[in-house]
Design a protein around this ligand. Structure first.
Ligand code: CO
Length: 134
C-alpha cells in the first residue's frame, strides 16, 4: 500500500522566519507560501531532492496545528506524508484493520491538489500520517 515518502512536515510558529532560514541559511529552494483555508494552514515546500519538507504555519482561528505549537512553541515535526496508488482502497483497508482515519473519513484536496487523508497518530506509534493519492 505504502508508496514513496512525499514529504516530512514541520510546524513552525513563524513561516517568514522559517523560509528565511531554509532559503538563506541552508541554501534550499523554497516555494511561495500557499494558504490552505480548508486545512487551517499556510504551507511552503522545501525541495531537498529525494523528498520535500513542508513548513506549516497556522491559518485562522481553528487551525489543527495550533495545539501542536502550543505544546511545541519553537516548532517541530508534525507529520509524514506517504503516497498511495488508490487512496480510497487504502482508506478502506486501513479502517478494516482498525486504524482511525481523521475527520469525516473522506479525502480532502491537499497542498498538491491531490486527495489526502490523515491517520490517527496513536495508531502509528505517535506519528501523524498523511496519505496522498500519487
Ligand atoms: Co502534509
Amino acid at each position: 500500500m505504502l508508496g514513496r515518502l512525499n514529504h516530512v512536515a514541520l510546524a513552525v510558529p513563524d513561516l517568514t522566519a522559517a523560509i528565511a532560514a531554509y532559503r538563506n541559511t541552508l541554501g534550499a529552494e523554497v516555494t511561495e507560501p500557499q494558504a490552505l483555508p480548508e486545512h487551517g494552514v499556510t504551507v511552503v515546500f522545501v525541495n531537498v531532492g529525494n523528498t520535500k519538507i513542508e513548513l506549516l504555519e497556522p491559518l485562522g482561528e481553528n487551525s489543527p496545528i495550533a495545539a501542536f505549537l502550543a505544546k511545541n512553541p519553537s516548532g517541530g515535526m508534525h507529520h509524514l506524508c506517504y503516497e498511495v496508488d488508490d487512496i480510497l482502497a487504502a482508506r478502506d483497508q486501513l479502517k478494516a484493520a482498525g486504524a482511525r482515519v481523521l475527520g469525516d473519513g473522506n479525502p480532502k484536496s491537499g497542498a498538491h491538489g491531490k486527495p489526502v487523508l490523515f491517520l490517527h497518530p496513536k495508531d502509528f506509534f505517535g506519528t501523524l500520517i498523511e496519505l496522498e493519492q500519487s
